[in-house]
Write a new protein. Structure first.
Length: 595
């Protein structure tokens, strides 16, 4: 199969001559407020021709060094009281190690993004009766979150793992898919602040041990489909018993058979059809934990990357007529540089090196280090963890949820990861409870800036799901983190910001949330790409917006947009430091000069 890869030049996202981190704390609340730009309706031809050879690094420019991101945990004063209970009582059951999940979703469409958490409980319980349930917290103007679980009717009491949020019926209201150890649940948003369980009607039942899931329009028919990662064949009520040095211990994933993943095709009438086996979206050793759906080869179709635990990861490229091809072996995306399969948990995606191609960052077990795969177009992926400082910074950590974003809008990417071991009695590396970590890309290296990013990064925790959202509508990304048997964190972003754009995409012929919309932006001499990716992190869902850091670039921007179903759109003269809602145009509509 011949691959057609497109590389876009991105200049100015890397800085040189900086080797340290400084505190970016603000003395008070954020002062930059998101502007309100009108919806746009435009279409022009868009040139996706290559500007540089695949794999060639973009030129760097010298700019003043900006401070690193800074966060304050405000969960307690915001009223977000959630603690994931894994049910550990000394039996050391496998399922105790991995939960739980978190999602940002404006479920009631009041303009304030809300928080939804999964909950665990007793994994060996015979029925969900009497078990703690999931929790939904409604955001009131970024000042306080109120428990809305019972009113919204989303308190599923299965042994919760992950959350995938998406608008499967294109009615403008986010729906929620919950993965469990046991039966999963699909909640349809009724548009009146409540949800209904539509699992049986929709045929999205799955009673295996599921982990991460994601919505994306894989067949480009205008509605989102659902991919669900499944993990191990393990019954917590009749478990395999494992020991180490005569004491109970977690079983190794290699000792258990895998459950294959599932892909549910949206038929457009509220019903889905399971097609993973038919479409080849499975493979030997499919022990899925993390998931990202993005256009990795720039052919206009969303591809699927699956993180597998201790087995080779999967990359499925998406071709016409809904045919998928597994290419991780050919493109070097499934194994480490040494040719080893690793314990992959979470995944972050972004163009860290500014070459117009989406790169992959994976969180791993202690002693393996996290992994960074640089996308080099037709030449495939190169694992560059050692070359870029990732290996040294992460070797002693065990990572789960992870995101790549420009948190302080300085024009370079950051990576935030939740860490924590899986076995309290047999933990290695930095121990069972570990500090979260924040890396920032400086020149050609990733530098650990956790020490200067806030008190939360000095705490030892067992972190799992992690998701980003702008809870106070000030333009930058805040973070929610799930911790096992400790309070969840809501990290208020207090960074000293550069310039930025926040884009919310509304599809017409494309899916309503605009998942996998690709944007090329040009602001003076600064150029870059951004894509609204399906999934990422671990068992989590980010707010569905594109947040772009522009550093010191203050010139008006031109946005060239490719919608999932192929509509091309250009918006000129866009002022920086604002939030915009972009509506997919009809083909007959003219271009827009956004003044």
């Amino acid at each position: 199969m011949t691959f057609h890869w497109i590389a876009l030049v991105v200049i100015g996202a890397t800085l040189s001559g900086f080797a340290g981190c400084s505190n970016g704390a603000d003395s008070g609340d954020q002062t930059s407020q998101a502007g309100s730009g009108p919806a746009t309706k435009s279409v022009t031809a868009f040139d996706f021709s290559p500007k540089i050879s695949p794999g060639k690094a973009a030129a760097s420019i010298s700019e003043p060094v900006l401070t690193t991101p800074f966060f304050v945990d405000r969960a307690k004063d915001l009223g977000v009281a959630h603690e994931y209970q894994n049910g550990a009582t000394g039996a050391v059951l496998m399922v105790e190690a991995l939960g739980g999940g978190v999602a940002w979703t404006d479920f009631d469409r009041d303009g304030q993004v809300d928080l939804y958490f999964t909950q665990g409980g007793n994994p060996a319980a015979e029925s969900p009766g009497g078990q703690p349930g999931n929790a939904l917290f409604r955001n009131t103007r970024g000042q306080v979150f109120k428990d809305a679980t019972s009113q919204a009717r989303v308190g599923d009491s299965g042994y919760g793992q992950g959350i995938a949020v998406g608008d499967f019926d294109n009615d403008g209201f986010d729906d929620i898919y919950v993965t469990n150890v046991g039966p999963n649940v699909l909640y349809r948003n009724m548009g009146d602040g409540t949800f209904t369980d539509t699992t049986a009607f929709s045929s999205t039942q799955d009673s295996r041990w599921s982990s991460s899931a994601a919505w994306a329009d894989m067949d480009l028919d205008g509605d989102v489909d659902l991919y669900v990662c499944n993990y191990l064949q393990y019954d917590p009520r009749d478990p395999m018993v494992c020991e180490k040095d005569g004491q109970p211990a977690l079983c190794h994933p290699r000792q258990l058979e895998a459950w294959p993943d599932e892909y549910f095709e949206n038929l457009g009438n509220g019903v889905f059809r399971a097609r993973a086996k038919e479409l080849g979206l499975q493979g030997a050793g499919n022990k899925g934990l993390g998931l990202a759906i993005a256009d990795f080869n720039n052919n206009g179709r969303p591809d699927i990357y699956v993180c597998n635990d201790t087995t080779e990861n999967f990359l499925f490229t998406n071709h016409v007529h809904q045919t998928f091809e597994r290419v991780d072996q050919q493109l070097g995306a499934g194994l480490s540089a040494a040719g080893n399969a690793q314990a992959s948990m979470g995944i972050a995606v972004g163009d860290y090196d500014s070459n117009g191609l989406l790169d992959i960052y994976l969180s791993h077990f202690t002693g393996e280090s996290n992994a960074l795969y640089r996308n080099e177009g037709e030449y495939g992926f190169q694992e560059v963890s050692g070359l870029t400082g990732v290996r040294q910074a992460t070797l002693s950590r065990l990572g789960f949820g992870t995101v790549m974003a420009d948190f302080n809008f300085d024009g370079r990417q950051d990576i935030l990861t939740a860490n924590g071991h899986i076995d309290e009695q047999n933990a290695d590396g930095d121990g069972f409870r570990q500090k979260p970590q924040l890396l920032t890309f400086v020149g050609n290296k990733w530098t650990d800036c956790s020490q200067s990013s806030g008190d939360y990064f000095q705490q030892n925790l067992v972190g799992r799901g992690l998701a980003t959202g702008d809870m106070d509508n000030d333009g930058d990304l805040d973070v929610a983190v799930v911790n096992q048997r400790a309070a969840a964190a809501v990290l208020d972003n207090r960074s000293q910001d550069g310039h930025w754009l926040k884009l919310r995409c509304i599809g017409r012929s494309s899916n309503r949330n605009g998942t996998n919309t690709r944007v090329e932006y040009r602001c003076g001499s600064l150029e870059g790409i951004a894509e609204l990716i399906g999934g990422t992190s671990y068992c989590a869902t980010n707010e569905p917006t594109l947040t772009i850091g522009l550093g010191q670039a203050s010139d008006e921007c031109t946005l060239s947009i490719r919608w999932p179903t192929g509509t091309l759109q250009t918006i000129a003269n866009v002022a920086v430091d604002q939030e915009m809602t972009i509506i997919e145009p009809r083909s007959a509509e003219p271009s827009t000069d956004h003044r």
